[in-house]
Design a protein around this ligand. Structure first.
Ligand code: NAD
Length: 250
């Protein structure tokens, strides 16, 4: 009989938001290979429907009822919740002269309020089941300043701030809260930026700021999320883990 190697998330119940594309999708695929039960949430119903082996939930993390329903789906289906990957986000590359108040509100609603709400309902569920792990997707823009991030960057500082505050508050309830801070990752958003006005110049400047001289892949971020979500990170909480080819080391 072939050797059966238990996955690093065997039978863990995991909710992943922003699951339909990019980093979220790579995380879904990695978590499934590691034996997790995955509730995959996204606002994009069509792309979500292309994911196999998950419990799909169409929802908008910035809406209170949807955030509650996303977490409740995991508890109703499996009985408890072990892991939340709070990853859903929108990424406008605007400087402050191009942006309007509505742009700021939209990003804060998804990347800020959405992260707050999904963390809130996940923690309430984890308190019932006796603990768990949360991984928030922040960014290098949630740690350091960058050009054209006046709208997006502050929302990612919400992710790093929320991570630290929640880690301290809930550590003695067995709930670990960490974040990844990806550098620029090869996703459709980056592909779109290549054809936006000023995009190519901006991206080549950004790639030079990554000491490894390239952008990362969604799979490389998923591997870091897996580590923080798994028992291998059992004494890690409140950490902001750069996955950035050395960007923040400068
Ligand atoms: P992406 O656009 O490929 O994926 C984001 C997903 O979130 C999409 O499937 C989208 O439909 C979903 N989504 C958007 N608004 C939502 C909402 N209100 N409710 C539920 N789902 C929603 O982008 P990505 O690059 O994979 O981004 C994922 C996360 O990684 C984001 O939080 C982003 O800020 C962060 N990040 C990305 C990069 C990068 O270079 N791509 C770098 C650092 C951090």
């Amino acid at each position: 009989m072939a050797n059966q190697v238990a996955g690093r998330l065997a039978d863990r119940v995991c909710v992943i938001t922003g699951a339909a594309s990019g980093i979220g999708r790579a995380t879904v695929e990695r978590f499934l290979r590691e034996g997790a039960h995955v509730v995959a949430a996204d606002i994009d119903a069509d792309r979500l429907a292309t994911l196999e082996g998950v419990v799909p939930v169409v929802g908008d993390v910035s809406k209170e009822d949807d955030a509650r329903r996303i977490v409740a789906t995991a508890v109703d289906r499996f009985g408890w919740l072990d892991v939340l990957v709070a990853n859903a986000g929108v990424i406008p590359l605007l400087d402050i002269t191009e942006a309007e108040g509505a742009d700021f509100d939209e990003v804060m609603a998804v990347d800020g309020r959405g992260m707050f709400l999904t963390c809130k309902y996940a923690i309430e569920a984890m308190l019932v089941s006796g603990g768990g792990a949360i991984v928030c997707t922040s960014s290098i823009s949630g740690v350091a300043g960058q050009a054209r991030q006046a709208v997006y960057g502050p929302a990612k500082f919400v992710a790093t701030g929320l991570t630290k505050h929640l880690a301290v508050e809930w550590a003695d309830h067995g709930i670990r809260v960490n974040a990844v801070a990806p550098g620029t990752i090869e996703t459709e958003r980056v592909a779109a930026a290549r054809v936006e006005p000023g995009g190519p110049e901006y991206l080549s400047e950004i790639v030079r700021a990554h000491p490894m001289g390239r952008f990362g892949t969604p799979e490389e971020v998923a591997a870091a999320i897996l580590f923080l979500a798994s028992d291998e990170a059992s004494f890690v909480t409140g950490a902001i883990l750069p996955v950035d080819g050395g960007y923040l080391a400068r």
